[in-house]
Design a protein around this ligand. Structure first.
Ligand SMILES: Cc1cc2nc3c(=O)[nH]c(=O)nc-3n(C[C@H](O)[C@H](O)[C@H](O)COP(=O)(O)OP(=O)(O)OC[C@H]3O[C@@H](n4cnc5c(N)ncnc54)[C@H](O)[C@@H]3O)c2cc1C
Length: 382
C-alpha cells in the first residue's frame, strides 16, 4: 500500500487520485450495480477520460506512459469500490485485453482497437475458455479456417468476462486439423459481425456486477487484418498474457483481504458478547493476528513479483506462487471474517458475504490452484 518502499511520490499521487475517484464515483453505486447484475459502461469511458485505463501503456497509443506499479495501484484501489465485479470487468480491459493488443498487435490493430480501448470508447473481452477446454487450453476446439483474405470461425466460448457488452472479442481458435499448442491463432471479432452472437448471460455466485457470457461463432467471417499476433503462435501469446493476469489476481486478492480484515477488526471491537467485545477473546484475537500475518506475507510476495515485472521479467514460478498464495489467503480471510460476524455475516445486508463470494473466484479464474501447483512443481524440477 502507499507506505511501502516500492512506491515513490508519483505513485502516491496517482493512488490519491484513483482513491478519490473510486470513493466518489464508484463505491456509492456498488449495491445498486450488484443488484442489477451489471455496472454501466460509462465506468470505462470515465476511467478512460481520467487516464486510468492507460496508466501503463505508451503515450503514442493514448496511454500515460507510467510503469507497471501504476497498474498495481489501480488494481488495489479498485477493490475499494466494494464490488469485485466492477474491478474485474475493468481489469479484463487493462490487464488481459489491452496488454495483448500492445504486445503482439500490428500498428493497424493498435490504431483500431488499442487506442479506443484505452479511451474507454470500446470494451474488449478475451475468449480462451470453452465448455470442454478450461485448464487444458491446448485442447480448445474452436476453429479459424483461413480462406484467402479472411478467417472463418466456428465454435463456442464460455465464462467470458465482459462478453455480453464487449465491442470486440479476442478469440483463441485453431486451424482445422491442428492439435495441441500448434496451429492456434488469436482473432479479433467485432460486435455485429454476422455469425458472432452472445449465446447467453451466465448467472454467478459472486462478482455479480460483472457480465459473464457464453459466446457462439457460426461461420463467422473475420478479415485477416484482425489477426492478433502471429498466425499459429496464439498459444504462446496466451501463455504470456496469463502472467500479468495472474499477478493482477494476486494484487486484487491482497487488497480485498486487507479491506475484509479492516471491516472485521471494526466489527469485533464493537460486537459485545459475554460482557465484552468479541475481539478481546483470545481465540478470536489470535486468529485475526494470523490473518494479518498471512495478508502481509502475501503482499510482500506480490510486491516482490510486481517489482520483477516492472523491470521486464515475468518469472512463471514466482507469479504462480503469488497467485496461489494470495488468492488462497483472500478466501481464507473472507471465510474467517464471515465466521467472526456470526449470523450477521451470513446476511446479505452486511458486506462480508460479498467478499466471501467474490474472493472464491480468484482460486479458479486465470488458472486454478491446481494448475498453479502444476506450474510450480515443474519449475522446481518435478
Ligand atoms: C466468473 C468467471 C470469469 C471468467 N472469465 C474468463 C474470461 O474472461 N476469459 C476466459 O477465457 N475464461 C474465463 N474464465 C474461465 C476460467 O479461466 C476457467 O474457469 C478456469 O481456467 C478453469 O477451467 P474450467 O472451469 O473449465 O475447469 P476445469 O479445467 O474443468 O477444472 C476442473 C477442476 O479440475 C482441476 N484440474 C484440471 N486439470 C488438472 C490437472 N492437470 N491437475 C490437477 N487438477 C486439475 C482444476 O483445478 C479444477 O479444480 C472465467 C471463469 C469464471 C468462473
Amino acid at each position: 500500500m502507499e507506505g511501502y518502499p516500492i512506491f515513490n511520490e508519483e505513485h502516491r499521487a496517482i493512488r490519491k487520485t484513483i482513491r478519490e475517484f473510486v470513493a466518489k464515483e464508484l463505491t456509492p453505486h456498488a449495491d445498486e450495480w450488484e443488484e442489477a447484475e451489471e455496472f454501466p459502461s460509462w465506468v470505462f469511458k470515465r476511467m478512460g477520460e481520467l487516464g486510468f485505463l492507460g496508466l501503463h501503456f505508451p503515450e503514442e497509443y493514448g496511454g500515460e506512459g507510467g510503469d507497471y506499479l501504476c497498474k498495481v495501484i489501480l488494481a488495489e484501489e479498485m477493490s475499494n469500490c466494494l464490488s469485485g465485479g466492477v474491478a474485474m470487468g475493468v481489469g479484463v480491459q487493462t490487464d488481459m485485453v489491452c496488454p495483448l493488443l500492445l504486445k503482439v498487435g500490428s500498428e493497424s490493430v493498435k490504431e483500431r482497437f488499442l487506442k479506443p480501448a484505452l479511451r474507454g470508447d470500446q470494451i474488449g473481452c478475451l475468449g480462451i475458455t470453452e465448455p470442454d477446454a478450461g485448464s487444458d487450453v491446448a485442447s480448445l476446439r474452436t476453429t479459424a479456417e483461413r480462406e484467402g483474405d479472411h478467417f472463418m470461425i466456428n465454435g463456442q466460448k464460455t465464462f467470458i468476462t465482459n462478453g455480453v457488452r464487449a465491442d470486440f472479442a479476442v478469440v483463441v481458435a485453431r486451424a482445422r486439423g491442428s492439435e495441441g499448442a500448434k496451429g492456434i491463432s488469436l482473432l479479433i471479432v467485432e460486435k455485429g459481425t454476422p455469425g458472432f452472437s452472445v449465446a447467453r448471460k451466465l448467472d454467478k455466485v459472486g462478482m455479480r456486477s460483472s457480465d459473464t457470457a457464453e459466446l457462439a461463432f457460426q461461420d463467422c467471417r473475420v478479415p485477416a487484418e484482425n489477426l492478433l499476433g502471429e498466425e499459429g503462435q496464439g498459444f504462446y501469446h496466451i501463455m504470456w498474457e496469463l502472467q500479468p493476469e495472474r499477478l493482477f489476481g494476486a494484487v486484487s486478492s491482497v487488497a480485498g483481504a486487507q479491506l475484509t480484515l479492516e471491516a472485521t477488526l471494526k466489527y469485533v471491537r464493537e460486537r459485545v458478547q459475554f460482557g465484552r467485545p468479541i475481539g478481546k477473546f483470545q481465540a478470536i484475537r489470535h486468529r485475526l493476528a494470523e490473518l494479518a500475518t498471512q495478508i502481509e506475507a502475501a503482499r510482500q510476495l506480490t510486491y516482490y513479483v510486481a517489482g520483477l515485472i516492472n523491470t521486464g521479467h515475468f518469472p512463471a514460478k514466482e507469479i504462480s506462487m503469488a497467485k496461489l498464495y494470495a488468492t488462497r489467503v483472500a478466501y481464507h480471510v473472507a471465510d474467517e471474517a464471515l465466521q467472526f460476524h456470526g449470523g450477521y455475516g451470513y446476511m446479505m445486508e452486511y458486506p462480508i458475504q460479498r467478499f466471501w463470494r467474490d474472493s472464491r473466484l480468484s482460486r479458479i479464474g486465470g488458472g486454478t490452484d491446481e494448475i498453479m501447483l502444476e506450474i510450480i512443481s515443474k519449475q522446481i524440477g518435478l
